[in-house]
Design a protein around this ligand. Structure first.
Ligand code: NAP
Length: 329
């Protein structure tokens, strides 16, 4: 028992999913499902942990690495890993893993749903019925913007971007995309068109962000960018809040520089009820639920367990982020 590795799980996860870890290691777990582990408890647990199974609410940084003398792997329950200082982990030969692919279709479903909800004013419509404000049919009553035959611009045409493009093509949308690297095979396979960032911004009716949050993408959407968008266009962010400058987005929405926004992610999460974005009728806000289906969240948990067990057994994990480091181990 004394020689068993120690794994700390930073949120209450179902025993049925993570029981495999118990066969191999001593497992500690934060006891709440809804609230993140307090920082002091996380740091205390990290001191003795060989592995951490983290959520994106945990900051895994130098301070944490400094106290974690046994740490070999951090398995993050998300495809994004902007909460982890990967460079610092790599210096310390700590493997960082994420959960790509298993959440792709579920997140694409949500992204496209959010686009539909925003364009067709579905939240306002539901509220009108619930609040007894539906008085009669009238020609422009809750008239939104079409989806079909409009142009969708995807900034960040990775796994989820491609899955959204497939859904958009089913709605007869024209799809533009922008990445740092052009993807000729994807263009041929899906019939999507590469565009410069400016062309995409200027021509799209729906601009959907699906890049990771990095030094390069942080603050990518500013007043200048929103000004270049069509006044009838919608901004949809399912990636990470800080990719847009939030105050600039609020300005663009208030000034009518864009028609509306569909947001699953924010600068600070959760956002408060009195947040300026929630005061605007042309905003549809969701509580960061991109990958939140039971099937997918379960698959993500299983993948985190696979990754942890692999590293602790000196095997290559399925989905390491710092791949080079692992190859050198
Ligand atoms: P992915 O397959 O790695 O795709 C990311 C794409 O972004 C790549 O095609 C990449 O292409 C592009 N990109 C990176 N930096 C860029 C830049 N500076 N400018 C333009 N394009 C850039 O990742 P994914 O699985 O599709 O996930 C994408 C992101 O969605 C995640 O990182 C995460 O933050 C977010 N996400 C959110 C939720 C949610 O619950 N809301 C759920 C899942 C994922 P190049 O390298 O060629 O630029």
């Amino acid at each position: 028992m004394a020689n068993k590795p120690y794994i700390y799980v930073t949120r209450k996860l179902p025993e049925s999913v993570i029981s495999r870890l118990n066969n191999f290691a001593e497992v500690g777990m934060w006891n709440r499902e809804e609230t993140p582990v307090p920082r002091n408890i996380l740091l205390n647990e990290a001191k003795k942990a060989d592995a951490l199974l983290t959520m994106l609410s945990e900051k895994v940084d130098t301070e944490l690495f400094e106290v974690s003398t046994n740490l070999k792997v951090v398995a993050n329950l998300a495809v994004g890993f902007d909460n982890i200082d990967v460079e610092e982990a790599t210096k310390r030969k700590i493997v960082v893993c994420n959960t790509p692919d298993v959440l792709t279709d579920t997140t694409a479903d949500l992204a496209f749903s959010l686009l539909l909800m925003t364009g067709r004013r579905l939240v306002e419509a539901v509220d009108v019925v619930r609040n007894g404000e539906w008085k009669s049919w009238s020609p422009y009553f809750l008239a939104g913007s079409d989806i079909h035959h409009k142009t969708l611009g995807i900034v960040g045409m990775g796994s989820i971007g491609e899955a959204v493009a497939k859904r958009a093509l089913g709605f007869d949308m024209q799809v533009l995309y922008h990445n740092r690297n052009r993807k000729p095979e994807t263009e041929t396979k899906l019939g999507v068109e590469y565009a410069s960032f400016n062309k995409l911004i200027e021509q799209s009716d729906y601009v959907l962000v699906l890049t990771p949050l990095t030094k390069e993408t942080k603050g990518m959407f500013t007043k200048d960018v929103f000004k270049k968008m069509k006044k009838s266009a919608f901004f949809i962010n399912v990636a990470r809040g800080p990719i847009a400058v939030e105050s600039d987005l609020i300005w663009a929405l208030k000034e009518g520089e864009i028609a509306g926004a569909g947001l699953d992610v924010f600068d600070q999460e959760p956002i408060s009820q009195d947040h300026p974005l929630l005061q605007l009728d042309n905003v549809v806000a969701l509580p960061h639920i991109g990958s939140a289906s039971v099937e997918t969240r379960t698959a993500m948990m299983k993948l985190c367990c696979d990754n942890i067990l692999a590293v602790l057994n000196n095997e290559k994990p399925k989905t390491p982020v710092n791949k080079d480091l692992f190859q050198k181990i």
